[in-house]
Write a protein that binds this ligand. Sequence first.
Ligand code: 1Q0
Length: 205
Amino acid sequence: MAAAAAFSLREVLDAFRGCVTEQREVLLEPYLSGWRGLIRFLQSLGTVFSFISKDAVAKVTLLEELCHQHRFVSVQRMVQQELAAGPAALRAQPGSGCRTLLRLHRALRWLQLFLQGLRSGDSRTSVLCTDAYNASLAQHHPWLIRKAATVAFCALPSRDAFLDIMNVGPPEEAVAMLGEAIPYISDVYSITQELFEKNDLLDLP
Ligand code: 1Q0
């Protein structure tokens, strides 16, 4: 059996870099491929995290299917098309692209904060991860999920192991690449945030 492809931060960086067009649209294909790369990383951390990776895979797969079916190219087009039938219809649709993307979008904020923490040099990855989670996703999760997530974070590898798994060479290079990746991820995050805010979609059930 072929070994699963190793995680490479370079690929994830390239995907997020390729997301934003000159017109400041967020392209779904590289966005979802960035997430696929991150999920691969999460899967390599062990079964403690599989309840998280399963949810992420389900969301990415659903969005890939919707993109294929409806030819959504960008997040902007998806919002526009899904809103065409009116906001009430969109709110009543549990499998919409918008509500699904919103979940990943909130997780992107977690990622942004977590990577900033990793870059800062703090070696306590589980603390960094918990702080990033509490400042982002946690407010959208019920108690049981918050509890399970916090327990799983205790199983995170050390900062050195993290930098090593990024597969970009020595720690200094990995840190430099984090510095390169964060602005792209932040850009994608803020464009999407503004779009969802403008269309009153930030609390889609
Ligand atoms: C490295 C540690 C990973 C920690 C991930 C932090 C996120 C914790 C999220 C816990 C989610 C629990 C599963 C279920 C959640 C759903 O209830 C929730 C809402 O969905 P719905 O349909 O019920 O309304 N789903 C979500 O909020 C989406 C969560 C997606 C999480 C995707 C996380 C992917 C993480 C990738 C690892 C990136 C590591 C980056 C480090 C790279 C540098 C080496």
